[in-house]
Each structure stands twice: as structure tokens, then as C-alpha cells.
Design a protein around this ligand. Structure first.
Ligand code: PLP
Length: 437
């Protein structure tokens, strides 16, 4: 296979947009903690002609013929998932993290069950939409209740979660977050679940790569069901993965297919098998610990720059800072950063009083830059540019000057997935003029 799918035959408009996005991804400091750069091999599998194939069912039990290659391929991805995470059962078919989470609830809460309560971290304090937020269908089909973080420390308070669990008596206790910068104590969450007779569901979408790389404790010995996305710190294709104890295997498989999905995305499953192979190499453990070191360096440098970091730092791949200390909201800060080539996202801080579209914070992370090989010194430099960009948010020339330095730095750390090719910098257009949506 070639490094990347051939672009021959693309219509000029699509080709132009793809070329420009390629250049943008190469020369921007990708700081969104849920993003990463896949390898050339993962990209090749994702863009392969497996996309042509229907494979409803599971390995060796299909509703379509022509599965001679697909069956062993999906089985390989299943076996590698089980081995890497130490799981009794794996389902590699979820299209992404959100359908995986819905399948987990469907499996854990029988349709005839009277207790349909789930208890999870609230979105505003770091949980995910699919953890029962009112706009998510997870709150339409299940009765959602939430716990929070401590008002003073912004840390999970396990005694308070236990008290809330005794009050709610959920069928499913959810552990996991989309914006929590500290270690989650899955063993403690399991003890709480056991005390109230709930199943424990752990959503490790963000931290899966840290878990397999040994940089975050694993939920596997403790959880009934674990879900993850495959495209964040795990550095695989866009997709979802469910892991569970054997006793939930049948319910999980039935929830995914035929419960919620039709034909699996076999090209993504092949790419996942490749990503799992990469994550099983010793170099991936080094990657996972470098991700945490780099995030800590960014947090420390932001604090030095006078920018408050929520919980005072990080133990994982992400951090959340309060932009209002620099005199603006999170959206304004994130837009200024984007104009300076620093791509993060506006995010609520715990107990935020500002609106969700323009919250107080900005969320950044280190997974993508670490994949390019940036180290502690570069991470600190990036943090200094972040503070400078926000402070100089009304000076287009200053933002353009930072963007040029960011581009120079990115050029010195070639990104995976580009087949060793360096995109033409001219495709970006002039700094600080092409962004700001
Ligand atoms: N769970 C968590 C904790 C997440 O952070 C996300 C995505 O950000 C998801 C689930 C959903 O994943 P997807 O966007 O692939 O549906």
C-alpha cells in the first residue's frame, strides 16, 4: 500500500480543500486534547478499499458473503484489543465514542428494567454529553443524574460521589470525563458502585492511550463495561471500542449490532488493528509518559505566565485554564490562539457563570504535539505563546508573528501521517487572516 490514498481523480474543489487542510494540520500547533496524528500505516488502512465491504454480524457469523478476509481481520482487532487492555471481551464495531456509550447503557440496563438511572459527572464540570446530558438521547432513554467536582479544589470528591450514589441508587455508575486533568480512581468508583448495587461503566475515551501506555491506572480490573474512542490518545482511526467482562459480552454485542448499528466500518477496524499493534510497542509507553510530562510542562509554564490552571496542574494529557484572568472569555482567547496557529478549544471551567458558547476557560492538551516529538522545552515555548497570543489578542501583527514562529517550530518536527512529505507552506495563505470563525 502507498503511504496515503491516491488523490488522482479528486475534483479540483475537493482536492484544493484537502491540500489546504493538510497544510493547516502540518503547520498548526494542534493542542485540542482529543486530537492526534495517526501514522502513515493507520491512514493507509483507513483509506483502503475495505470501505467497499458490508459485513453485518460478527466474525464467522455474517449476513453477507465474501468475508474470507474480513473475518480474520475483525478477529485480529478483537484479539489485539483484549490483549492490550487485558479485557475478557471486546467489540470493535462502534462507529465512534457516542454510539459506543449508548450501546453500553442499552446493554447494562435491560429494556424491562425498572431502575433506569445512570449517575455520571455533569457536563459543566467535565463529563460528556453522552453521560446523560439533557440534549443527548442518553437522557431520553435513561434517567440521568449527575455528580460534580469539589467547589474549592475542582477535584472529584469520592465521598461526595458515594453519598450521591446512595441517594440516587443508579443502575449504572459512570466514571470518565472529557475534561478532567487528574487521575480517576477507578478502584474507588468500583467500590461505590458495588455498595449501591450499580454496574460500573468507565468511559476512557480521552485517556485510553495513557492507560495502555501505563501512564494512567486501568479501569479493566474494576469495570463491568469500558468504552473508548480510538482516535484520541490511542492514536487510531476515528471509531469506538467496547471492552467488558464475559458476562456482559452477549448483551454488548447485541446492543451494537443489531441494536444500534448496521454494517461495521471495516476499513476503520483494519486501521484499529494497526493502531493497536503500534500501541503494543515499547515506544508507545514512552509516548504516553512524554504526553503527561509535556502537559505538565505547559501547565507549569502557564502558571508562571500568571494564567490560572484549573486544579493547579495536570496528571494526564490535558489542562484547562481560566482565560478571564487575562481579561477575556474563553472563546475570544481560543480565537486569538487560532490566529496565532495555536489550536485549542473554549471550554467551561467548573461552576462557570459564563454562557456555554463563550465560557471562561480554554482546554488544551499534549497528545498531538508529543506525537510529533516535541519535548519539554518546546511545550513551555508553546505555553508562552498561548499567554502572549491572548494578551495581544487585539494586535493582528503580533498574532501573525507568533503564527510564523509556530510554523517554523512545526516544520522542525515533521508530523506522522504525511508520508514524509512536507506540505507547501504557501497553501496556508498569510498568517492571521485565514481563521477566526
Ligand atoms: N466520551 C468522552 C469522554 C469523550 O470525550 C467523547 C468525545 O469527545 C466521546 C465519548 C464521544 O466520542 P465521539 O465524538 O467519537 O462520538
Amino acid at each position: 500500500m502507498t503511504h496515503r490514498p491516491s488523490s488522482a481523480g479528486l475534483d479540483p474543489t475537493v482536492a484544493d480543500l484537502l491540500q489546504r487542510e493538510r497544510a493547516r494540520q502540518y503547520y498548526t500547533a494542534k493542542l485540542i486534547p482529543s486530537e492526534n496524528y495517526v501514522s502513515d500505516a493507520v491512514l493507509a488502512a483507513t483509506g483502503s478499499l475495505l470501505t467497499n465491504k458490508y459485513a453485518e454480524g460478527y466474525p464467522y457469523k455474517r449476513y453477507y458473503e465474501g468475508q474470507q478476509i474480513i473475518d480474520p481481520l475483525e478477529q485480529l482487532a478483537i484479539d489485539r484489543s483484549k490483549a492490550l487492555f487485558g479485557a475478557e471481551h471486546a467489540n470493535v464495531q462502534p462507529y465512534s465514542g457516542s454510539p459506543a456509550n449508548l450501546a453500553a447503557y442499552v446493554a447494562l440496563i435491560d429494556k424491562k428494567a425498572e431502575n433506569r438511572r445512570i449517575l455520571a459527572l455533569s457536563l459543566a464540570e467535565g463529563g460528556h454529553l453522552t453521560h446523560g446530558h439533557s440534549v443527548s438521547v442518553t437522557s431520553r432513554f435513561f434517567e440521568a443524574h449527575h455528580y460534580s467536582v469539589d467547589r474549592d479544589t475542582c477535584l472529584l470528591d469520592y465521598d461526595a460521589i458515594a453519598a450521591r450514589a446512595r441517594e440516587v441508587r443508579p443502575a449504572v455508575l459512570v466514571a470518565g470525563a472529557t475534561c478532567y486533568p487528574r487521575i480517576i480512581d477507578f478502584a474507588r468508583m468500583a467500590a461505590i458502585a458495588q455498595e449501591v448495587g450499580a454496574a460500573l461503566f468507565c468511559d476512557i475515551a480521552h485517556i485510553a492511550g495513557l492507560v495502555v501506555g501505563g501512564a494512567h491506572p486501568s479501569p479493566l480490573p474494576h469495570a463491568d463495561v469500558v468504552s473508548t474512542t480510538t482516535h484520541k490518545t490511542l492514536r487510531g482511526p476515528r471509531g469506538g471500542l467496547l471492552l467488558c467482562q464475559e458476562r456482559w459480552a452477549r448483551a454488548i454485542d447485541r446492543a451494537v449490532f443489531p441494536g444500534l448499528q448496521g454494517g461495521p466500518h471495516v476499513h476503520a477496524i483494519a486501521a484499529l488493528a494497526q493502531a493497536l499493534h503500534e500501541a503494543a510497542q515499547p515506544s508507545f509507553a514512552a509516548y504516553a509518559s512524554a504526553v503527561v510530562d509535556n502537559a505538565r510542562a505547559m501547565a507549569d509554564e502557564l502558571l508562571r505566565q500568571g494564567v490560572p490552571v484549573i486544579t493547579g496542574g495536570t496528571d494526564n494529557h490535558l489542562l484547562l485554564f481560566d482565560a478571564t484572568a487575562l481579561g477575556c472569555g474563553g472563546k475570544t482567547a481560543a480565537v486569538a490562539m487560532d490566529l496565532a496557529g495555536l489550536e485549542g478549544n473554549a471550554n467551561a471551567i467548573p461552576f462557570d457563570t459564563r454562557k456555554p458558547m463563550d465560557p471562561s476557560g480554554v482546554r488544551i492538551g499534549s497528545p498531538a504535539l508529543t506525537s510529533r516529538g516535541l519535548g519539554l522545552a518546546e511545550s513551555r515555548q508553546v505555553a508562552r505563546w498561548i499567554a502572549e497570543a491572548i494578551r495581544k489578542r487585539e494586535e493582528p501583527a503580533a498574532l501573525a508573528a507568533i503564527a510564523e514562529q509556530v510554523r517554523d517550530l512545526m516544520a522542525a518536527f515533521p508530523a506522522p501521517g504525511f508520508g514524509g512529505e512536507v506540505p507547501d507552506r504557501a497553501l496556508l495563505g498569510p498568517s492571521a487572516l485565514g481563521s477566526g470563525a
